[in-house]
Ligand binder design. Structure first.
Ligand code: ASP
Ligand code: MG
Length: 442
């Protein structure tokens, strides 16, 4: 069995869904299980409308309903297929407008409609086109999570529940089309795994069902050496190790949700990143033991909108427990820390959650002089040969220096597969192509 996940752009409209049908039909003898995102733009539109509703400024959901309706109609789906979902969206938005607030719980509820509607359209279309399919809301197949709205994770016995539900509910010879991203908690309340969470649904389902492979279908030829949107010469990477892919996903490569690889690592399942628009391209295979590669680098990734907090205290010199105090405070403020650099008298940390870092700063003033900077980017050079190849640091620094990019912060751990640098957001458009040139074109 294989799990095939299709992202929003892969199911954006009829033309794309036709491609998906061909891809799934061609995999029929491998028992495909499909996980789908919402049609491109639908989740965004639902969230924007709900935010507007909380301020009394929405259109009652009519624009997003019209968008979904147009896609359903182009696929030839019967009008009744989504009637209940449309009614529920209207009711829910009305409720949000009346109370004038949007709780994380309501936000997950409204966000869930994109996937719930897309899987029904896709399954209906597939069945009429000769690929027998059935739509499932993930929760009906045992996909039950904790109640952490916006970043829910499955309950401990979820793999057994999923296997049991699968055996009972998915008829043989039928391709299940399962909602990515959404779930329910034990109390039956709708949750989501977080934005772009369908990748994670796919790897969790793949691990639970012990699939031979999890395929993530999107719109690039696998994982690229850099964001093809800003580096023209970005190339596809044929093989990667799990840890390299995890670093890249975490440090901003947009192809995979950062948590996707954990279930695959634990179950040792190959994750293949493929292109719906070029199904014959081999894409990227991510696994525990890929073939050896001669290059030290794999890819350059970046993540914008980061905040850096520095705490400087001359008395930190040779004192015991200073860092413990700093990190205890950061944890108490709920700040997720991505990067750390220290000198003898100062420590700098970065987070994508500027609000928590600001909250921490107010307390950390008691420990030393603080400095908070927003609008920063983490640039990550990832590769399994980085820590064993002399001269790499020099090439990275020189490339950035020549491009006139100032390095604000820098971190590289022993035996690490990742050199992380902080630059200003505005420098990314220069820094990434310059680095890519120096590392991959040389
Ligand atoms: N539809 C959800 C989102 O836009 C989940 C996903 O596409 O993976 O974030
Ligand atoms: Mg995605």
């Amino acid at each position: 069995m294989i799990v095939m996940k299709f992202g929003g752009s892969s199911v954006a409209n009829r033309a794309q869904i036709e491609k998906v049908r061909h891809i799934v039909a061609a995999a029929r003898d491998r028992a495909p299980v499909v996980v789908s995102s919402a049609h491109k733009g639908v989740t965004d539109a639902l969230i924007d409308t709900a935010r507007a509703a909380a301020e009394g400024k929405d259109d009652g959901g009519e624009a997003v309903i019209a968008k979904q309706h147009a896609i359903a109609e182009s696929l030839g789906c019967p009008a009744a297929l989504l009637a209940e979902h449309f009614a529920e969206i209207r009711d829910l938005l009305r409720g949000i407008r009346l109370v004038g607030e949007l709780s994380p719980r309501s936000l997950d509820y409204i966000s869930s409609f994109g996937e719930r509607m897309s899987v029904r359209c896709i399954a209906d279309f597939f069945s009429r086109q000769g690929v027998k399919a059935q739509a499932f809301d993930a929760w009906d197949l045992g996909f039950i999570t904790d109640g952490n709205f916006g970043r829910a994770r499955p309950v401990a016995d979820f793999p057994e529940r999923l296997r049991k539900a699968f055996d009972e509910k998915v008829p043989s010879g039928v391709v299940p089309i399962i909602t990515g991203f959404v779930a329910k908690n034990e109390g039956g309340v709708i949750t989501t795994l977080g934005r772009n969470g369908s990748d994670l649904t796919a790897s969790l389902v793949g691990a639970a069902l012990r699939a031979e492979e999890v395929q993530i279908w999107s719109d690039t030829n696998g994982v690229m050496t850099a964001d093809p949107g800003i580096v023209e010469g970005a190339k596809s990477i044929p093989h990667m190790r799990f840890d390299e892919a995890a670093e890249l996903a975490f440090f901003g490569s947009r192809v995979l949700h950062p948590a996707t690889l954990l279930p695959a690592i634990e179950a040792d399942i190959v994750v293949r990143v493929l292109n719906t628009n070029r199904p014959d391209h081999p894409g990227t295979a991510i696994s525990a033991n890929p073939p050896e590669r001669s290059e030290a680098f794999t890819s350059v990734a970046y993540k914008e909108g980061q905040t850096v907090l520095t705490i400087a205290e001359p008395r930190m010199f040779e004192s015991v427990g200073f860092l413990a105090k700093v990190f205890t405070q950061l944890a108490e403020s709920g700040a997720v820390i991505d990067m750390v650099a220290t000198s003898e008298v100062s420590v700098s940390v970065t987070s994508h959650d500027g609000a928590s870092l600001r909250a921490a700063e107010r307390h950390l003033r008691a420990l030393g002089e603080t400095d908070l900077r927003e609008g920063m980017s983490i640039l990550a050079v990832v590769g399994r040969g980085i820590h064993t190849t002399p001269g790499i640091g020099a090439r990275v620094m020189k490339a950035l220096g020549t491009a006139g990019v100032n390095i604000e912060m820098h971190s590289f751990g022993m035996a690490s597969n990742n050199i992380s640098l902080v630059v200003k957001d505005g420098a990314i458009a220069r820094a990434v192509p310059a680095l890519h040139d120096a590392l991959f074109e040389a």
